[in-house]
Design a protein around this ligand. Structure first.
Ligand SMILES: [Zn+2]
Length: 480
C-alpha cells in the first residue's frame, strides 16, 4: 500500500418543488417530452427569470441541517457554456457567494462514526435531457440526439463535500447519509435511478504520508450507491496501476460504464475560468435575514442521526435503529410507539418477521394489512401473557393475511394463552394429584423433576397455559 485515495463528492439533488426554479412550469417526472416548457426554460430571447422562493428556503434549510454558515447576500451567477440541452448557452448557478458555506456530515461506514466536511451548498437550474440515438448511446457515435426540455430549469441543489473521503465504503456511507437527510427533510424524492439525486466524484491518489494532492479525475454517471462504490474502487485501482508504472494521471472527466465495470475517458476537465462566470444581471442578490434562518432552523425535522440516537436510547440495537430509520418501516414504528407499545419488542417484530414478509412478498410498507394499532395490540398481548411468542408469530401471520385484529385472529385460530391463575392452579393440582411419586421425589430434593411436571401440566393444558405461571405454581405446590 503506497497510495491513498482522496475523494470529494458533488451531489446534485433535484428539489421536488411544484414549479421550476425560474418559471412557473410544473416539475413532474415522466410527462410527455417538451410539454412542461415555456419561454423562460427554453431560453427564448427577452424571457426573464423569477426565482422560486421554496427552492431557496429548502436549500438554506439543508445548509442548516449540515451546520453550514448561511450567506447573508447570496448571488446567482451565469455559468457560460454551449451544449444542446442548455438553450440559453448559460446555466444560472452560483459561484463565489453560494447560499450555504462550510458544514459537515457525520457518516458511519461500519468502522465508526466520522465527519466529512461540506464545502458549500448552492442552488442552480437543471439542464434539459438529451437522448442519443444509435451507436453506444453517447453523443460522439450517435446518429441523432433527441432533446426534452421538461427537466430544463428544475431546481437543482448541489452539495459539494471536502476531499475528506478515502475509501469507496466511506463514499457510499456519505452518499447514503446525505440521501437520508434529504428524504427526512422531504425536499426531494432523491431517486437515484431516475436521476433526481446524482453523484460525481473527484478522485486522486497521493503517496501515504504526504499531503500534496495528486491530479484529480472526475467520475460521472453512477446511478446507484453500489455503482458509486464500484466506480470508485475501479478508478482507485486504475490510477494505482498508472502511478506504479511511473505514468502520469490525466486530469479529465471519466464516465462509469455499469455493464463493463470500467470508466471511459470523456472530455478533458475544464477550469472554472473556462466558464466565464459573472453575476446574473437579471436577478437581485438573495438576502437572508437572521429571522428567516431562525424560522428555518426551528422547522427542521428530526434528522436521521438524531433519530437513530433516540432509538438507541429507547433500548434498540444500533443495527435495528439504522434499519428502521433508513428503511420503509420507520413510519409504522413511530406510529406503533405512539400507540403505546414497547419499543424494543416492536422493533424486533418489524425488523424480523415483518421485514422478512415484505422481502418474501416483494410488497411495500403501504401494502401491509397491519397497522400501528394492530401491531401495538399484538405486542401488548405478548407482554400481558395472552400470547406465547410462538403463538404470536401465528397471529401475525393471520393479521398479515388480513384475518383481522390480533384478538380476532387469536380467537379464530384458538391461540390465546391461559394466564388466569385460578384456571392454571386447578390444572396444576390435577396433574400433581395424578403424579404422587414424582411430587414426593421433588419434595425429597430431586429438582430436575419440576421440569417434567411442568411439561405434564403444559400438555394437559394443550400448550395454552402461560409457561411462566405454570412453572411458578408447580414449584409453589411441590415445595410446601
Ligand atoms: Zn418554464
Amino acid at each position: 500500500m503506497t497510495w491513498e485515495a482522496v475523494i470529494g463528492i458533488e451531489t446534485h439533488v433535484e428539489l421536488r418543488t411544484d414549479s421550476k426554479m425560474f418559471c412557473g412550469c410544473p416539475t413532474g417526472f415522466g410527462a410527455e417530452p417538451n410539454t412542461n416548457i415555456c419561454p423562460v426554460c427554453l431560453g427564448l430571447p427577452g424571457a426573464l427569470p423569477v426565482p422560486n422562493e421554496t427552492a431557496i428556503r429548502w436549500t438554506i434549510a439543508l445548509g442548516l441541517a449540515l451546520g453550514s454558515t448561511i450567506t447573508p447576500h447570496s448571488v446567482f451567477h451565469r455559468k457560460n457554456y454551449f451544449y444542446a440541452d442548455l438553450p440559453k448557452n448559460y446555466q444560472i448557478s452560483q459561484f463565489d457567494l453560494p447560499l450555504c458555506a462550510g458544514g459537515h456530515l457525520e457518516i458511519d461506514p461500519g468502522t465508526g462514526v466520522r465527519r466529512v466536511g461540506i464545502t458549500r451548498v448552492h442552488l442552480e437550474e437543471d439542464t434539459g435531457k438529451s437522448t442519443h440515438l444509435g451507436g453506444g448511446g453517447r453523443i460522439h457515435d450517435s446518429d441523432a440526439t433527441l432533446l426534452d426540455f421538461n427537466r430544463s430549469g428544475i431546481p437543482l441543489m448541489e452539495v459539494v463535500s471536502e476531499p475528506d473521503i478515502s475509501t469507496p465504503d466511506e463514499a457510499r456511507a456519505y452518499a447514503h447519509e446525505l440521501r437520508e437527510v434529504v428524504l427526512a427533510m422531504g425536499i426531494s424524492d432523491a431517486r437515484l435511478e431516475e436521476g433526481s439525486m446524482r453523484f460525481d466524484a473527484n478522485v486522486s491518489l497521493r503517496r501515504i504520508g504526504t499531503s500534496a494532492l495528486g491530479t484529480k479525475v472526475e467520475v460521472k454517471n453512477m446511478n446507484s450507491l453500489r455503482s458509486l462504490q464500484r466506480a470508485l474502487a475501479y478508478e482507485i485501482e486504475r490510477q494505482t496501476r498508472l502511478l506504479d508504472s511511473g505514468a502520469a494521471i490525466t486530469q479529465e472527466t471519466r464516465h462509469w460504464d455499469e455493464e463493463a465495470g470500467i470508466t471511459h475517458p470523456g472530455r478533458s476537465k475544464e477550469e472554472s475560468s473556462d466558464y466565464r462566470y459573472f453575476a446574473e444581471p437579471d436577478l437581485v442578490p438573495i438576502v437572508t435575514t437572521q429571522e428567516t434562518i431562525a424560522t428555518l432552523r426551528r422547522d427542521l425535522p428530526e434528522l436521521p442521526a438524531a433519530r437513530r440516537a433516540r432509538y438507541v436510547e429507547l433500548g434498540l440495537e444500533a443495527a435495528a435503529a439504522r434499519t428502521l430509520v433508513a428503511g420503509p418501516l420507520g413510519t409504522l414504528f413511530e406510529a406503533t410507539l405512539a400507540a403505546g407499545a414497547a419499543p424494543r419488542r416492536v422493533a424486533n417484530w418489524l425488523t424480523g418477521e415483518i421485514a422478512a414478509y415484505l422481502n418474501r412478498t416483494g410488497g411495500d410498507a403501504g401494502s401491509l394489512a397491519i397497522d400501528a394499532t394492530g401491531l401495538a395490540q399484538l405486542v401488548g398481548m405478548i407482554e400481558t401473557g395472552k400470547l406465547s411468542s410462538t403463538a404470536a408469530k401465528e397471529v401475525l401471520e393471520g393479521m398479515l393475511a388480513g384475518e383481522g385484529t390480533p384478538e380476532q385472529v387469536a380467537a379464530a385460530r384458538d391461540l390465546l394463552q391461559v394466564s388466569d391463575e385460578a384456571e392454571i392452579a386447578a390444572l396444576v393440582a390435577a396433574v400433581l394429584a395424578s403424579h404422587p411419586d414424582e411430587v414426593a421425589r421433588v419434595g425429597a430434593g430431586e429438582e430436575k423433576l419440576v421440569g417434567f411436571l411442568v411439561g405434564q401440566v403444559m400438555r394437559a393444558g394443550q400448550g395454552k397455559a402461560d409457561p411462566k405461571v405454570v412453572d411458578r405454581l408447580v414449584r409453589l405446590q411441590t415445595h410446601t
